[in-house]
Design a protein. Structure first.
Length: 540
């Protein structure tokens, strides 16, 4: 308990009332890009034509020996598979190749589906007969989690497991266990993952509602999900107090945007009541996690609200019903834009990239991961056209100033969140060579006529909310907060103007910060876009 309480203490003392992040939250924000890896027995399922094109394809299901088909798997529609374990045969399994591609893309953490909805475990658990130990793969002695954990440690990639205690299709439907035994087995599995395979950076638990409707397909009737979650959280806090829990309960709230303060719950809490909306007067600090894209695309265009694929299937389409063909996967340009739209909004890019049934990633996916990673690295890490770090001052115009070197395409701003989130609105200006006046490069966000109060001279940008294009397609409006990181796109063509300086203007403090307090800028820099899919004339 003492260790858990220590995690709640702020890094630095402060004379203000604003909430400060703890060490684990700061570390979480610095991850920036993480990978979800849906890979388990559903990857190996080859459904019949009757399932794909039948009038009612989600009826039935079985776990009898020798039967490799089931109609109880529609992945995103609320049904969970219970497939014959014998179909799990990753004959070319190469976990180090997963890590190599992830590292090339810049992923700092991988979340493996150690146990997905169906209950199949990727390690030989003592709490269920349904998993790798029931297969002939490696004579029943295989352990994917062991290989995964060892490889992740070799590559310096943090470990996350999807092992949601609320859902286990095998135990619920075929194991015929009651609620008490179901809970004991789920907690036992979590303990195995924490104690047998080294440090766990994060557990991913689905489930926004404290008590979802009964679902005999995934949990026994009478299961108290609120209590189950609370007991799982308490277990994790006791056995591995540094482990984060996400997305809906525990450590991380899924807020959109880059305002991280809210009124509940307390970080590292065992309170399963969920997260409140972000508020500038919130008493707790909650970094946000924002989904990016899933690598494999389908006919629906891979929309943000409903990704087409979690597991890798060449045959599937949206809903897994019509038998539509696989249409490909995201290209490097799309991943680059996704990075700007998530990390560039102060969030974390969580991208699903799934291996194939061979046990390796598709080679074309690996190539894209390398290409996208190089573009992000070349643009934002290896090169800049001017930068300053670790500056502070009053919330006013010119709190940070950069001397520029040539044209640029992006402006990156980061707050020093160890001091708490402070900047409530901002703008960015530029100065031409030979001129003393400053001109607008990134306008402030204006929400109403009353919000035009500004510490930036007497400038008045009007009552209309002005939006700058964060994403290259301009679809993501800018909010007024900086947070961990903001990536802004200039509203002028910098290649046509001889810009010599760029400055950051703090317009106001968030409400939790007392007037007169300083702001702390971790980094302020400008960057030229350097991507291999554009010509040298375009990307520099």
């Amino acid at each position: 308990m003492a260790v858990a309480m220590a995690l709640l203490a702020p890094l630095l003392a402060s004379s203000t009332t604003l909430p400060l992040p703890n060490a684990r939250q700061l570390e979480w924000m610095d991850l920036e890009t993480i990978q979800f890896m849906h890979w388990s027995i559903p990857t190996f399922w080859k459904p019949s034509d009757q399932f794909l094109r039948g009038a009612n394809p989600t009826v039935g299901g079985n776990c009898q020996p020798k039967v490799t088909g089931t109609s109880n798997d529609s992945q995103t529609e609320g049904y969970w598979p219970c497939l014959n374990p014998e179909i799990f045969q990753p004959r070319q399994l190469d976990v180090d190749s997963w890590m190599e591609a992830a590292a090339a893309l810049g992923m700092k953490e991988i979340c493996l589906t150690a146990k997905h909805f169906g209950g199949f475990t990727l390690w030989p658990s003592a709490y269920t007969p349904y998993g790798v130990k029931a297969t002939s793969w490696m004579d029943g002695k295989g352990d994917v989690v062991r290989q995964f954990a060892d490889a992740a440690n070799r590559w310096g990639i943090k470990i996350c497991y999807y092992c949601n205690p609320r859902d286990d299709g095998y135990l619920a439907k075929w194991g015929k266990v009651g609620p008490a035994e179901f809970e004991a087995k789920q907690l036992g599995m979590l303990t195995e993952l924490m104690q047998n395979y080294g440090p766990v950076n994060r557990f991913w638990f689905d489930g926004g509602a404290a008590d979802p409707p009964p679902n005999p397909v995934s949990r026994p009737n009478g299961t108290n999900c609120s209590a189950l979650y609370e007991h799982a959280f308490a277990l994790i806090r006791e056995v591995s107090p540094a482990t984060l829990i996400s997305p809906y309960h525990g450590d991380i709230c899924g807020a959109t945007g880059s305002l991280y303060t809210s009124s509940a719950p307390q970080p590292n809490s065992t309170d399963p009541q969920g997260c409140s909306a972000p508020s500038e007067l919130g008493q707790y600090f909650h970094p946000s996690e924002m989904h990016g894209i899933t690598m494999q695309e389908g006919p629906d265009g891979n929309t943000d609200s409903r990704p087409t694929y979690w597991f890798w299937h060449k045959w599937a389409c949206a809903g897994n019903i019509t038998g539509c063909p696989w249409v490909g996967h995201a290209n490097a340009s799309r991943i680059f834009e996704g990075y700007i739209a998530t990390v560039g909004h102060g969030g974390v890019l969580n991208m699903n990239i799934a291996p194939t049934a061979s046990g390796r990633l598709n080679q074309s996916v690996v190539d894209v991961m390398h290409e996208a990673g190089k573009a992000i690295n070349d643009t934002f890490r290896l090169n800049d056209a001017g930068s300053v770090e670790h500056v502070s001052g009053a919330c006013s115009e010119g709190v940070a100033v950069v001397n520029t070197r040539g044209s640029f395409d992006y402006i990156v701003t980061m707050e020093d969140l160890s001091k708490g989130q402070r900047i409530g609105n901002y703008s960015i200006d530029f100065r031409r060579k030979g001129r003393a006046t400053w001109e607008v490069l990134v306008p402030p966000v204006q929400l109403s006529a009353s919000s035009t109060q500004s510490a930036v001279g007497s400038s008045d940008f009007g009552a209309e909310r002005m939006r700058a294009a964060d994403r290259p397609d301009g679809s993501d409006p800018r909010d007024q907060y900086i947070g961990h990181k903001r990536i802004d796109v200039p509203i002028v063509n910098t290649a046509e103007i001889d810009i010599v300086q760029v400055r950051l203007n703090c317009i106001r403090l968030i409400e939790a910060v007392p007037p007169g307090e300083p702001v702390f800028v971790r980094k302020f820099s400008v960057h030229k876009k350097r991507v291999p899919w554009e010509s040298d004339a375009t990307s520099g």
